[in-house]
Write a protein that binds this ligand. Sequence first.
Ligand code: ADP
Ligand code: MG
Length: 262
Amino acid sequence: MINRIPIPRQRLTEVLRIEGMSKVFKHKNHSITALKNIHCTIYQGEMVAIMGTSGSGKSTLLNMLSAIDEPTEGAIFLFGKQANAIYQEPRASNFRKENIGFIFQSFHLLKDLSVEDNIALPLILNDVASREIQERVQQIMEKLGIAAWHKHRPHELSGGQQQRVAIARAIITNPPILLADEPTGALDFNTTNDILNLLVQVQKEQTQTILLVTHDPHVATFADRVLFFHDGTIVDSYQNERSPHDLDMILSKFKAVSRGEY
Ligand code: ADP
Ligand code: MG
């Protein structure tokens, strides 16, 4: 296999920067620190996998990045500019609408809507003209190989096809950031590879930035970079080299994280 020549970091466009982010959940008698002083920069067109044990703060981080929940401390910068006061409505919804596409393990499609209407939904919510919606939905369905299913309901499709619909819905507004929480967790091995290859294709063609949470080292090999979470902090990272060595490296680092060796 050919190693990719690494692009010097200074030539890359910074999409997302997280500075000093902490999250404490306060309960009656105790508090849980879910994130501890996270610092991280993600670049345009980069796919970053986030791996970590259960309860290490992965979902909490995605919730902070999508303004679903407010951090206790810290800031987010988008394209170098601080995203201010994004945790109050209606700003939170607008922030999500403009910047974030979501892909979930269980697809989260609306079961009473057809494939094309599911994909069109974000554009309808953005008041896009119906002619333009039609064109864009058709284009993306063809690109993602689901055009033949346009009138079908989600339950008539396979898991892999449903995830394709969900990806189409997530990228139809061209958000700078895609957040995927275990996107292949409900899929078999071959379909997992299909979906990951599709995400890589989207990443390349649209210089799409993707943050992908997974506990599967094979999935993490599709990313450019892997961040390892433990106990609310980033304890390690790995830059994939596109060699068979990647899987071993990710596996051994993840094992170390799982054993609490940090
Ligand atoms: P992961 O996604 O890595 O499994 P989470 O981000 O869901 O982990 O959780 C990190 C920690 O924060 C866990 O200890 C969890 O119990 C706690 N936590 C997450 N959400 C809440 C919440 N809404 N209220 C209280 N504690 C929470
Ligand atoms: Mg989680």
